[in-house]
Design a protein. Structure first.
Length: 356
């Protein structure tokens, strides 16, 4: 397929508002990269610059070593799948999938072969004579993907393609995209605000906030070793719990609890004696134990796990906490339990960077 080099990309609009700052990324041949972040973080703008739908204000974009920074979108050999499907309502599914090839005046026999091959991959063979309005949302999104596949582009670009689908269809279509990637070994860039899509689809994730790249890495790296407070809070569901704690000797002390430092943690925090840092604990890294007292507010049974929302209460102080406990729990409001924190993350309170 293709390799993409993105070097120091900026996007500044005519009103001097900057949407993307110094974006750098090397995309390997056949890699599936997911750009994730909240609305307005610059991920879709970045994708549109790569596609040629937005001008690049500064920086360089290379495709297989060739500079395509100013190359028109139609000449970049990239296919984009949009959130709103962008299908022609008056055309059949076959005609929609064949449209770009028809415009190129390709041989009708070649077009027919490519459309049938794409339809077979996506399970649309028996839908080719229908109109888009006769299809479900998931089927329409598959048609949009089929239209991209028939072009056999060097790069596939997906801009929030599952946003309009319900939860069940999102899961099914997500699996289809993953199978498509493995089957075609295609280079793909995929934009989403949904961290579940990012974690389940990506070879590597690019996490963005306010136009800046916060961290690039595998899903496990972003989940297990977040680079800063933003990544730690954005990746993971339910979100990570955060507590202000002070390093005092061999203990972590807050207004509501005091915990002993483990040897490796004490070494890591050696330069923070007497300082306040941020302790991060994922809900799934909390277990029933004896260290921290929690007053239960609500109990959500999820089958294999239970979400317990509550507060750490001590001496008149109260800090919210969410625990994801194994098994089916039946705690009631105002029940008091005690928990332990397994894996613990530490962040510099001033810089918000992870303390390694």
């Amino acid at each position: 397929m293709a390799q993409i080099s993105i070097e120091h990309l900026d996007k500044i609009y005519d009103n001097n508002v900057q949407a993307v700052f110094d974006f750098n990324l090397e995309v390997k041949d056949g890699e599936l990269i997911v750009l994730v972040g909240p609305s307005g973080c610059g991920k879709s703008t970045t994708l549109r610059m790569i596609a040629g739908l937005e001008d690049i204000s500064a920086g360089k974009l290379l495709l297989d070593g060739k500079d395509i920074t100013t190359t028109p979108a139609k000449d970049r050999d990239m296919a984009m799948v949009f959130q709103n499907y962008a299908l022609y309502g008056h055309m059949t599914i076959y005609e929609n999938m064949a449209f770009s090839l028809t415009l190129r005046k390709e041989d009708p026999n070649v077009i027919h072969r490519k459309v049938l091959a794409a339809a077979e991959i996506l399970g649309l063979t028996d839908q080719l004579n229908k109109k888009p309005k006769q299809l479900s949302g998931g089927q329409r999104q598959r048609v949009a993907m089929g239209r991209a596949i028939v072009r056999n582009p060097k790069v596939f670009l997906f801009d929030e393609p599952l946003s309009n689908l319900d939860a069940k269809l999102r899961g099914a279509t997500r699996r289809e995209i993953l199978l498509l990637h493995k089957r075609m070994n295609a280079t793909m860039l995929y934009v989403t605000h949904d961290q579940t899509e990012a974690l389940t689809l990506a070879d590597r994730i690019v996490c963005m906030s306010m136009g800046h790249v916060q961290q690039v890495g595998t899903p496990l790296e972003l989940y297990d070793s977040p680079a800063n407070l933003f990544v730690a809070s954005f990746i993971g569901l339910p979100p990570m719990n955060f507590f202000d704690v002070t390093v005092q000797g061999d203990r972590l002390v807050s207004g509501t609890f005091s915990l002993p430092l483990r040897p490796a943690e004490a070494e890591k925090l050696n330069g923070y004696q007497g300082k306040t840092i941020v302790l991060g604990v994922r809900p799934e890294d909390i277990v029933v134990g004896d260290d921290v007292p929690v007053k239960v507010f609500s109990n959500e049974n999820l089958g294999m796990n239970t979400l317990v929302h509550g507060h750490i209460v001590s001496g008149g102080a109260s800090v919210p906490i969410t625990c994801k406990l194994r098994g089916w729990c039946d705690y009631k409001q105002d029940d008091e339990i005690r928990v332990n924190f397994n894996k613990r993350h530490f962040f510099d309170k001033e810089t918000t960077e992870a303390i390694r």
